[in-house]
Write a protein that binds this ligand. Sequence first.
Ligand SMILES: [Zn+2]
Length: 77
Amino acid sequence: MNCTDLLSQLGDYLDGQLSEELRAEVRSHTAGCEHCRVVLNTTHQTIEIYKGQELYEVSPELRERLHNAIMAKCLKK
Ligand SMILES: [Zn+2]
């Protein structure tokens, strides 16, 4: 799994929809990729806030922002 693969699975991962196999791949990628780990943690925190407000939704806009943020950082490595 690379950064692009992780991003394509991110919404499902956060929704708890991924298979155990894919979750393991996400974990192993984030273990070795600081940028994705940071983004994942930040996204988790953001979602917890939204959940508290009962407005939880991983919108296309949020996915797009996260995607751009991760790709910009990962490409700089
Ligand atoms: Zn990555």
